[in-house]
Write a protein of this length. Sequence first.
Length: 97
Amino acid sequence: GTVGVSAPFIGLLGTVIGIIKSFHNMAIQGSGGFAVVAGGISEALIATALGLAVAIVAVIFYNYFHTKLERIEAVLTIGSDRLLEALRLGRKAHGNG
């Protein structure tokens, strides 16, 4: 559903913000050493990982419940078809059909 589709985009947004912070820190420091960009890169990777984790869990649950509902729907459809057929046969047996 919506969470599974949206979560990677939220993670991507966090990634972009983390990279922007890294470049901002480089601009302020005037150099591009690892210590300057490490915090922003770390933030970006955490955001990506969390977004993917949320999406994966959401998609698993969505698919699980969607499959359950499809099975329930199939059982109900078969049951209602049988009931309607029994009613039709009952009418024919009594001369009403």
